[in-house]
Design a protein around this ligand. Structure first.
Ligand code: IFM
Length: 445
């Protein structure tokens, strides 16, 4: 991989049709957790578990986006972006995950989409950003065929109501995180620690994704539909053959597991061998379901990873900057990943659906000079442009995130927003990174 020697991020070079957006997720910003008929999700339950969330917080209020919708829409418009990526809280629109719909929940998303339309901003909707209705999990969650069927019904209902007003729809956000962090490592909801369960969940989610794709097409054949994956280039921490082998398997688990299944209709043989008895049970039609063609793959990129069979990789050893999440800043990895996906899978269309960084912000005289976040975003826009120059069909870039928000098991301690949120007053303050983005998108930067 060549280094990006002359970083350039000229907006004009992206062309007029490029999608520029900011992204959020329902659970992380909406709050109003018990308002207007919303029922708990597995993440509401997880927040109640002693020690699960670093600062012991919950999302009863979060950023109060539910009640501050107009203000937040004005912030989005003020940035000059042409797109907004958000997710629907399933238990807000269908409290039990099956059965009756909650009209008040749908009203909220109707107002959100109308607000975007009035401001000339595309709506990119994610159906599932981790908040499975608790009632479905009580009946076995992703291990139960029932939840899989319910998701397909939910996907169709969203399309029936909103499909014609959307620029794109995504089935699942980051199935690797859902399955591995939630069911193998147990650090995310629902907090299970069992690799065989995790791999069955990973499989069932992909099957559900494929079936939902088909259902979406039935209702809204013209709507651009796909899936969003978190991916990173993985390198061996040393030349030791054991590290080299581990890096290959880790790559298999995070990239090839999903991409091979979706694009080639099979799981990588080396990973299946590695998993042995922990591998999923695969029914006859599953791989056909999973490989239902997608219109795009969304790439959520934050950093690269190193695999080691010995001591964990020391993230400071490269001398590169490290974010408040402990993630190395490595923009070249984004270009490398996008090129690799294009080479190996001949993807029709890619979008960078999340990219951004948590840093400790200092509010001084009412201003946040988050120069590190700004340069992180600039360098990754530059990497995206480089991928386009190399012929990769990457057609969108979304900053994660519009607002500081609930960063899952880290609670409110990590700030990813380009707009600061004071969690006491709920006041929003645009950070320097957002002011730069506005200038950049206006073409004056
Ligand atoms: O905040 C998360 C988001 O919900 C999913 N992708 C990664 C982000 C940062 O950790």
């Amino acid at each position: 991989m060549n280094q990006l020697t002359e970083p350039s991020f000229s907006k004009a070079e992206f062309g007029d049709n490029f999608v520029w957006g900011v992204a959020t997720a329902a659970f992380q910003i909406e709050g109003a957790a018990r308002t207007d008929g919303r029922a708990p999700s597995i993440w509401d339950t997880f927040c109640e578990k002693e020690g699960a969330i670093a600062d012991g917080s919950d999302v009863l209020i979060a950023c109060d986006h539910y009640n501050r919708l107009e203000e937040d829409l004005n912030h989005i418009a003020g940035l000059g972006v042409n797109a907004y990526r958000f997710s629907v809280s399933w238990s807000r629109v269908q409290p039990r995950g099956d059965g009756p719909w909650n009209e008040k929940g749908f009203d909220f998303y109707d107002r959100l989409i109308s607000g975007l339309e009035q401001r000339g901003i595309q709506a990119h909707l994610t159906l599932f950003h981790w908040d499975l209705p608790q009632a479905l999990d009580d009946r076995g969650g992703w291990l139960n065929d029932e939840a899989m069927d319910c998701f397909v019904v939910y996907a169709q209902e969203i399309c029936r109501r909103f499909g014609h007003r959307l620029a794109s729809i995504c089935t699942f956000n980051e199935p690797w995180v859902i399955s591995i962090l939630g069911y193998e490592q147990g650090v995310f909801a629902p907090g299970i620690k069992d690799r065989s369960v995790a791999m069955q969940v990973a499989h069932n989610i992909l099957v559900t994704h494929g079936r939902a794709m088909r259902a979406i097409r039935e209702v809204t054949p013209d709507l651009s539909a796909g899936i969003v994956l978190n991916m990173s280039p993985i390198y061996p921490a040393s030349d030791d053959p054991a590290d080299v082998e581990k890096a290959k398997i880790d790559d298999g688990l995070i990239v090839r597991w999903y991409m091979d299944a979706i694009y080639h209709g099979r799981y990588p043989a080396d990973v299946i061998t590695y998993l042995g008895a922990d591998g999923p049970m695969i029914k006859e039609t599953d791989m056909t379901d999973i490989s239902e063609p997608v219109d795009f793959v969304g790439v959520n990129y934050y950093t690269r990873n190193f695999s080691s069979t010995g001591n964990p990789w020391d993230v400071t050893s490269t001398g590169n900057q490290v974010t408040d999440m402990g993630w190395e800043v490595y923009p070249d990895g984004l270009c490398e990943l996008l090129c690799r996906l294009n080479d190996d899978y001949n993807v029709g269309k890619l979008m960078v659906t999340e990219n951004g960084a948590a840093f400790k912000d200092v509010l001084e005289d009412g201003q946040i000079n988050d120069i590190e976040r700004q340069s992180y975003i600039q360098s990754h826009i530059s990497a995206t442009l480089e991928a386009r120059h190399r012929g990769v069909p990457v057609e969108g870039y979304f900053v994660w995130s519009l607002l500081d928000n609930f960063e899952w098991a880290s609670g409110y301690e990590k700030r990813f927003g380009i707009i600061h949120v004071d969690y006491e007053s709920l006041e929003r303050t645009p950070k320097a990174s957002s002011l730069w983005l506005t200038e950049y998108l206006s073409g004056e930067s």
